[in-house]
Write a protein that binds this ligand. Sequence first.
Ligand code: ZN
Length: 343
Amino acid sequence: MKAVRFHEHGGPEVLRYEDAPDPVIAPHEVLVRVKACALNHLDVWTRKGMPGVKVPLPHISGCDIAGEVAGLGSIVTRIKTGQPVVVSPGISCGQCAHCLSGRDNLCRSYEIIGGYRIDGGYAEYVKVPEVNILPLPEGMTFEAAAAIPLTFLTAWNMLVTLARVRTGEDVLVMGAGSGVGSAAVQIAKLFGARVIATASTEDKLEKAKGLGADEGIDYTTQDLVAEVRRLTARRGVDVIFEHVGGPVFEKLIPALAAGGRLVTCGATAGYLVQTDLRYLFMRQVAIMGAHMGSKADLFEIMREVERGRLKPVVDRVFPLKEASEAQRVMEDRRVFGKLVLVT
Ligand code: ZN
């Protein structure tokens, strides 16, 4: 098959469009002919290499996959050849207390398809366990479906499962132009919150409002915390949806209302931050970390997408062989929503 692989860590130029061995499926696995695969920042981190994380090389990235079933393992029962499907990206043991309680993303053996150790969807074919297969909703394109799993799962887990967002609450969504941010704006609105979106350009703020955001703050020109206080009559926001980290994170804690919750799933601007603990105990706020979401959440998300209440946001589509250019565009942040590779 053709695939985009890297044989060494480095810049986008290490991505090679080349021949690779066809995946060989185990009895419980399904072979998927990839039609579309969305990009995530995880792809860039894996390509660059992370301290302490060993990536078997050569490696195929790509966690968000939609396609058609091309082969079935001997004990697969639920799936049919030729069926259009979308792939749930998390793989876990299926046997531990976390897995059995429906929080498979807490499993000790949790891995992401196309993450650090498992080959993903920057290829013509990928193998995945049968339990990771969901039917593609009728009428949905492969590109739109591929733009859903990782970002919507993460945003749903953060806002619904962890922060327990409620009707009438104020939610601050950081980086609303990103894949995860554009999902968060929609999920917060779905649950009846007032959404304050932040982004780096006016254009991105306008697009966030198109997805339902009520207010916008340009964090490059406006004082984020002062604006939050103005928009909430000095009360602060109930929920902060965070994935930026660094110096911005330090400023955000005082923007939380009493009883507020900050949920974070990333730190693109830096991992180490200082915080004044008095805000935590005096205002009784919570800081929570999130990584992906449960398999079950994806069923709920797909149902809302089918009803038209959540919409995958596809910015641009690239042919598979232009994966390195697509990653460049994502790294330069010249994007609103998702970038998708098609084969
Ligand atoms: Zn488990």
